[in-house]
Write a protein that binds this ligand. Structure first.
Ligand code: SAM
Length: 233
């Protein structure tokens, strides 16, 4: 059995309730979504744009643009500024129902853009069990699950991905040769690169792209951020 990390609550429900309190006691702003570093928003979106363009080019027509799922969408920062430009329809998820609603209101003039909203933990998602999504975007959210639960989630997502579908993970990741960390404030696991690879492999995925984000160049105090693109093995 794994040793508990410092500040880690005993079970998923307890961790979730700390996380929920953390977000509900803060304003619904980009600053909250970005841990106090609003200044990284533009660069974040710009590099994610470049990534998506590169993926569409690389997959040369095999990566579809019909339907995307976004995990931990927050207040729709990425949904609106990135994903809505590439995908016809987007299913959204967030632990907080308010956030899902706020995201939906960003598309009042484009009512069909947001399809289903899943207001629940990523660990409790009940998704359609057929290949539906061309791409699944998970930015700064997978650290809310422990390793085994994350493997379980990825296995569940595998069934929902279309042939050639991809999962993009953009997340904090400790520097090489550093130990994994845990943020007790919002109960977030910050993993090592090796842990991400191990989790992906256990769930039946292969990492087809692994790149360092530029965000640390904008704000030096940030943890390193990595982008992993996963494809079904
Ligand atoms: C750091 S914010 C990032 C939001 C968004 N991805 C972005 O980049 O702007 C983390 C988000 O994950 C959500 N969240 C926290 N725990 C979650 C869970 N177990 N399942 C789904 N969403 C969760 C929070 O409510 C919050 O909106």
């Amino acid at each position: 059995m794994n040793e508990r990390m410092e500040g880690e609550r005993e079970d998923a429900q307890e961790r979730q309730s700390v996380t929920r309190n953390y977000y509900s006691s803060r304003p619904k702003t980009f600053d909250t979504m970005l841990g106090g570093y609003t200044q990284v928003h533009d660069t974040d979106i710009q590099e994610s744009n470049q990534l998506l363009q590169a993926l569409f080019k690389q997959y040369n027509g095999k990566l579809g643009s019909a339907h995307c799922l976004e995990l931990g969408c927050g207040i729709g920062r990425v949904t609106k500024n990135l994903l809505s430009r590439y995908f016809d329809r987007i299913d959204i998820n967030d632990l907080l129902e308010d956030y899902c609603e706020q995201t939906r209101t960003l598309f009042e003039n484009d009512e069909n853009k947001i399809d289903r909203s899943f207001a629940c933990s990523i660990g409790e998602l009940e998704l359609d069990k057929f290949p539906k999504y061309d791409l699944i975007w998970a930015q700064w959210v997978l650290g809310y699950l422990n390793g085994d639960d994350l493997v379980g989630l990825l296995r569940k997502l595998k069934v929902t991905l279309k042939k050639n579908g991809l999962i993009v993970i953009k997340d904090n990741c400790v520097a090489n040769r550093q130990e994994a960390e845990f943020d007790p404030d919002d109960q977030y696991y910050v993993r090592t690169g090796e842990q991400f690879y191990d989790i992906a492999h256990r769930a039946g995925f292969t990492v087809v792209k692994d790149q360092c984000s530029k965000l640390k160049k904008v704000v030096r105090e940030l943890l390193p951020i990595r982008i992993f693109v996963l494809a079904i093995k």
